[in-house]
Design a protein around this ligand. Structure first.
Ligand SMILES: [Zn+2]
Ligand SMILES: [Zn+2]
Length: 463
């Protein structure tokens, strides 16, 4: 398996003398297997040069797969400039997270509307198949792909690609679930690594488990991160910690911040290597650079551990209608918070219900059987934890399984643990950013729909 970086920058292309070594183009990574399966991860501005390379080197027609993590600009801006899409006879399968209200094809067509671009999507000459994805696994020729939602203010999938014994994980545009990230749970002593309290951080580590190469979001430093919480990107220290905890062999820092020039990235790599040395780990860390090629031996088919949770079909054949009509119950004793959440979710087309205390929430939940409950922790009378415990003991199986997301301003370790043992599915931390709320709600609904279809509980720690 050969991996080549064509774009490593996050957020905005940043060409210039300060970025010549690590590159100024936005996210685009080429993956090619020994059997010549071509997979492209994201289609940022780096896709232009990749397209030129394919046109010059590759026998025509070209067959390829494009896996898009999400449709923020820096991941699709190269799409209209990717030459192999214009050639009749070429066949491309394009995959991206579905369920955001607009299907993939419409989203890509949106950035090619006349006001932005002179060529429309219909004018692309290649045969293009669009696929909406949810969490799960599927095969692209000889590559086994597992997709998992990341924590980002836009519904985003990370991809785990396995061919034989070679395993690469692409996890960009992701931030820690716990606040503060992992730091508090770091164990001291030789060979120490983190054991996060937040279930979603633990499952993220399982998703990365055993990777030969992990390409991970590393946009900020721990010092920069407090100003950037909710923007959906990781501090480099978190990338190192999760890579160590997951037993990863090589970590490529990725999605470089536009303000981090080459010299800054050199320093950040040293910081990361120091962190690995301090924990006596064996992880190799480098910063992804445009043009860099990594070869991984495919060897025999040894299945790496981890990521078992999502071994269901990821290609979304159920469509987004079920999620579009989903009932969401919002519970908070502060009317302003309820109003804000309802206003944020209203354009998504959900059927929204609200309550202002625990008793009312329980009554409404039993009558309406919502698909998701956003539940304030601190309320007079029955608080969020108590309501959640009662739901988990309810006679109605649907209420026992409904995802319950606790709204809280406090994310201490004890708080996180208390919530999960009460059967809470996840947390949403105040203050919220609307884009973050929308993408997380969509993710919880899609995940629980998958879980229900496969008879699995969204709340593994509940009875
Ligand atoms: Zn990005
Ligand atoms: Zn993004």
């Amino acid at each position: 398996m050969r991996i080549r970086f064509w774009g490593t920058r996050g957020s905005l292309a940043k060409p210039g003398p300060g970025t010549v070594r690590y590159g100024g183009n936005t996210s685009c990574v080429e993956v090619r297997t020994a059997d010549d399966t071509l997979i492209i991860l994201d289609c940022g501005t780096g896709a232009h040069e990749l397209g030129q390379d394919i046109m010059a080197q590759e026998p025509q027609p070209v067959r390829g797969h494009l896996l898009i993590t999400h449709t923020h600009w820096d991941h699709i801006q190269g799409f209209p400039f990717f030459a192999p899409l214009f050639v009749p006879g070429n066949v491309w399968d394009i995959y991206a997270p579905g369920g955001m209200g607009r299907r993939l094809e419409e989203t890509l067509a949106g950035q090619m509307e006349y006001a932005y671009f002179p060529v429309t999507l219909e004018q692309l000459g290649a045969t293009i198949h669009y696929h909406d994805l949810v969490e799960g696994a599927f095969d692209l020729e000889d590559v086994h792909v597992t997709a998992r939602y990341l924590n980002h203010p836009g519904l985003t999938l990370g991809y785990r690609l396995q061919v034989g014994g070679a395993l690469v994980v692409y996890a960009t545009d992701h931030e820690p679930h716990a606040r503060p990230p992992l730091e508090a749970s770091r164990k001291s002593g030789a060979g120490s690594h983190v054991l996060p309290v937040h279930r979603e951080d633990r499952e993220h580590i399982e998703f990365l488990r055993g990777a030969d190469l992990l390409i991970h979001d590393a946009q900020y430093t721990a010092a920069e991160y407090p100003q950037k919480i909710g923007w959906g990107h990781s501090p480099i220290e978190y990338a190192v910690d999760v890579a160590l905890a997951a037993g990863v062999k090589r970590l490529a820092l990725f999605h470089h911040d536009p303000t981090h020039d080459d010299d800054t990235l050199d320093r950040l790599v040293e910081v990361c290597r120091g962190r690995v040395a301090a924990s006596h780990g064996a992880l190799e860390v480098f910063a992804a650079a445009e043009g860099l090629i990594i070869e991984l031996a495919e060897g025999e088919g040894i299945t790496a551990p981890g990521a078992e949770r999502t071994e269901s079909a990821a290609v979304d054949e159920m469509g987004e209608a079920t999620v579009g009509a989903a009932k969401v119950l919002v519970v908070d004793d502060e009317p302003d918070i309820v109003g804000l959440l309802l206003a944020t979710l209203e354009p998504e087309g959900y059927r929204l219900l609200s309550a202002h205390d625990g008793e009312a929430a329980l009554r409404l939940a039993r009558v309406e059987r919502p698909s998701l409950i956003l539940l304030d922790w601190r309320m007079p009378g029955k608080d969020g934890l108590e309501v959640c415990r009662l739901l988990r003991e309810d006679a109605d199986l649907e209420l026992r399984r409904v995802p319950v997301v606790l709204l809280t301003a406090q994310m201490g370790q004890e708080n996180i643990s208390a919530g999960f043992s009460a059967g809470v599915t996840d947390y949403l931390t105040k203050p919220f950013k609307p884009a973050h709320v929308r993408s997380r709600v969509r993710g919880w609904l899609l995940r629980s729909r998958q879980d229900a279809a496969e008879g699995r509980s969204s709340n593994p720690e509940s009875p």
